[in-house]
Design a protein around this ligand. Sequence first.
Ligand SMILES: *Cc1c(COP(=O)(O)O)cnc(C)c1O
Length: 389
Amino acid sequence: MVERGRVQSPGTRWSWVEVNLAALRRNVSAFRRLIGRGTQMMCVVKADAYGHGAVPCVRAMHSAGADQFAVATVNEGVALREAGVEWPILILSEPPVDCVDTLVAHDLMPAVYTADFALALGEAAAAQNRVARYHLAIDTGMTRIGVRRQDVVELRRTIDFHRGLECAGTFTHFATADVLDDWDFALQLNRFREAVEALRGAGLDTGLVHCDNTPGTIMHPECHFDMCRVGIGLYGLHPADVTRPRIDLEPVMSVRGRVVRVLYPSVGDGVGYGLTYRVPKQNIQIATVPIGYADGLARELSNNMEVLVNGFRCRQVGNICMDQFMFAVDVNSARSYRPNRPVEYGDVVTLVGEDGDEHIDVEEMAARRNTINYEVVCDFGMRLEKIYT
Ligand SMILES: *Cc1c(COP(=O)(O)O)cnc(C)c1O
């Protein structure tokens, strides 16, 4: 059971995300073993490491065997460099051309798929007497980013003369790596293989060849090539049910708060904006926790989620506010919502994680929100203070 006195909580606000770095390291090691020695491991830490906090996660990942890192935006890459991260960093799409100087100055490798961007990058590098490394992104069928597979060789021929450019990698991204025996996956993989062959046939250096995300890394060892790009799995979350039997992962994130106010309202009293819940009988406690939708607790969960207190499940009631929510404790009831005792000011409330024999996982919350685990953890990264254990 999560006891009041045992838990470290921030001094300024009674709500926090707990990040278990030991579990993160064990997940990284599990992928490291799966990938094997000859292949590099690129850990994807975009969106502040899927809400877990990029800088501490990057250090933990590197200590457990990560070779390279990937982010989504230039600012995410700059923040890692400013925090002293010196390992290779890839930006997973081609940013606006205005930031080429920033990329060169911070030694960030962008994905490249247009000649204009590539040549501007080369110019910026040459002006600083450097060589800019980039990864060529190929669209093999997801229709998101990348050069069309038919145009790969032509693009390289247009930019390769530039002495300020070096192709450090060639990659694509799968739309359906999490579907078993999928025809579209096989098609994308074939197209990628052909594009890589075409580059080699034209005498062009591909750098590191890579295509696997988490589900690809787990389900398709035949296409690990030179590097795997692993994201969600590192945080202990499965991208799909098909990957569960293949690798053991431990959840890294828990989300907790403390009761900041508790009372027994009168029967008929309403709770929260719109008074969408009314206290139906005597001896119902209503407790308040300082976590709201601006902290990533989606408002659509209002009156449709549960929390753990003192090892028991309690129903969230009323509309979730921007910074707070309320839950009900049925002190009389002999049914499952009864806690072992009424809750008190300062009691620890678990939204995601374990409390005694009970637990609420990210999947439960994702299912209630009609979304995927990725979005749930990213959202909790928005504002809550993080505590690393
Ligand atoms: C986000 C992303 C990944 C990681 O995906 P996961 O499913 O989290 O492993 C890999 N490659 C690219 C291009 C991405 O955008």
